[in-house]
Design a protein around this ligand. Structure first.
Ligand SMILES: [Zn+2]
Length: 486
């Protein structure tokens, strides 16, 4: 059955315009369909196909400061009334709860992301052949002994109505082709291709320049396999956006979620060292560091015009000239902290999920005054290490002390790349690290990276999120040799 937004809207309105609404303070209904298709390859062999079609609705009611919530995958006028009754029965008679909401504008709108090719319009047999052809191209190189591939695709439809009068329909598409290469001799060496998860259609995968990248990747994995192991110490680090995005995600993205700061959320990944009173005051980094939350960012994984509470999304400062400016909020968390409006950070990962405060795209702004390029940044650094690609990570439950690895590391002497090194992790704490940021690359070095699977909450939900950054320079950072640690 197709997602019939006209009929669903009429069903919702028959509830929202009924006398039932007199029983409660606020009500919202979200219809959602998620199509997910994941394809996995090991070498030339198709290993697995995961296919999910999930469609249904949820009703959320607010009564006397308590949320009631119910969902169903049977979408009829009757089932919506039943879900409403269940949600009300959950909270009726409870003592007064803590929930209040900011007052937000009412919107009637439709926003359909424009993509050239919807991934679900391309036959799966064609996708399998295409992945296989790329795997074939990779395995032609003698330095690539083995390769994993996956293609993750999501098409999401949401129709949101609330008792204030908002009525919003939106569609989003995202895709992530991923290739991991292995060289087994003299020891296991891994290398990822530079494909990234994006809020785009199938055209991203089809137009990706694999033919240019694969020969370079084959050279890189060979060079990485024979690279010398890093000597521990303090180094200047020039960090590419393909690595820095994850450090932004863990040390800034999660720690500036206001629900964590207020200890409303600590289940999954802990709380935060940041404080509400620190807004406008807490020195988070050097004055070069400007971080924004932005769900309008082009091709961003968390980009959407309205969030799952019907709040119009905007760009907002999180860190301005090194100082904490704002925290991420939804309507409830913004209201608790006395803010007038939510900054649009609500997201639910399926029709049956309770919307949580989730991260917007959180990005480091490029240098506006000088368009510094890679060569300029290498010269400014003079001696140090240039890091590309993400690897493993760990951070404490206050989002403070951390350690990150990477994909490729180059030794730099007198502003020149002199060769690859390996076995490297950088270690710091959030404030020391961002305070040591001494230069930011220009617009031309900016790139948007991200992840499909940021986890939060119990029961756990996943959310897609992007992080943009330019190439950035950090001085005097502790570097560990990951071999020595074992
Ligand atoms: Zn996360």
């Amino acid at each position: 059955m197709p997602f019939d937004k006209f009929t669903y809207r009429n069903y919702a309105k028959s509830l929202l315009e009924s006398s039932n609404l007199k029983k409660i303070d606020f009500c919202e209904i979200r219809f959602q369909e998620d199509l997910i298709e994941n394809i996995y390859f090991k070498n030339l062999n198709l290993e697995n196909i995961y296919n999910l079609e999930s469609k249904g609705f949820s009703v959320r009611v607010l009564l006397n400061g308590n949320w009631g919530f119910s969902s169903s995958n049977i979408i009829t006028k009757v089932s919506i009334l039943e879900a409403f009754s269940k949600a009300v029965n959950m909270v009726v008679g409870l003592p007064k709860g803590r929930v209040t909401l900011t007052t937000e504008d009412i919107y009637k709108d439709e926003d359909i992301q424009s993509v050239i090719i919807n991934p679900f319009d391309t036959p799966i047999s064609e996708k399998i052949q295409y992945i296989k052809s790329i795997q074939n191209d990779l395995l032609k190189y003698k330095n690539i002994d083995f390769s994993d591939a996956s293609l993750v695709q999501v098409f999401e439809k949401k129709l949101y109505l609330n008792s204030s009068g908002s009525d919003i329909y939106q569609e989003r598409t995202r895709i992530y082709p991923h290739f991991m290469l292995y060289k087994t001799i003299p020891e296991l060496t891994t290398l990822k291709l530079n494909t990234r998860p994006v809020g785009e259609g199938y055209e991203y995968f089809k137009n990706y320049p694999f033919q240019e990248e694969i020969p370079k990747a084959a050279e890189n994995i060979y060079e990485k396999s024979k690279a010398k192991s890093v000597k521990e110490g303090k180094y200047n680090l020039l960090i590419d956006p393909s690595n820095l995005w994850l450090t932004i995600h863990e040390s800034i993205g999660h720690s500036t979620e206001m629900d964590r700061v207020l200890l409303y959320e600590a289940n999954y990944a802990g709380s935060s060292f940041a404080t509400v009173s620190g807004m406008g005051d807490l020195v988070y980094g050097s004055d070069k560091v400007n971080i924004v939350g932005d769900r309008n960012q082009k091709n961003g994984l968390a980009s959407i015009k309205y969030d799952d509470e019907g709040v119009k999304t905007t760009q907002f400062d999180i860190i301005k000239n090194g100082v904490l400016e704002n925290l991420q909020t939804n309507r409830e968390i913004a209201s608790i902290s006395g803010m007038n409006h939510s900054n649009g950070c609500s997201f639910a990962d399926s029709y049956s999920s309770f919307p949580l405060q989730r991260m917007p795209n959180v990005s480091l702004l490029p240098n506006e005054s000088k368009d510094l390029k890679l060569g300029d940044m290498l010269n400014i650094m003079n001696d140090g290490i240039y890091i590309l690609g993400d690897g493993s990570w760990s951070i404490d439950m206050q989002r403070y002390n951390f350690q990150f690895t990477g994909n490729i590391f180059y030794e730099v002497k007198s502003g020149k790349i002199i060769g690859m090194i390996k076995d490297l992790a950088y270690q710091s704490n959030t404030q020391d690290f961002w305070k040591s940021c001494i230069e930011i690359g220009g617009k031309s070095t900016y790139s948007l990276e991200g992840a499909f699977n940021c986890g939060k909450g119990q029961p756990s939900q996943v959310a897609p999120v992007s992080h943009g950054a330019p190439i950035s320079l950090f001085e005097n950072i502790k570097v560990l040799n990951t071999k020595n640690e074992n």
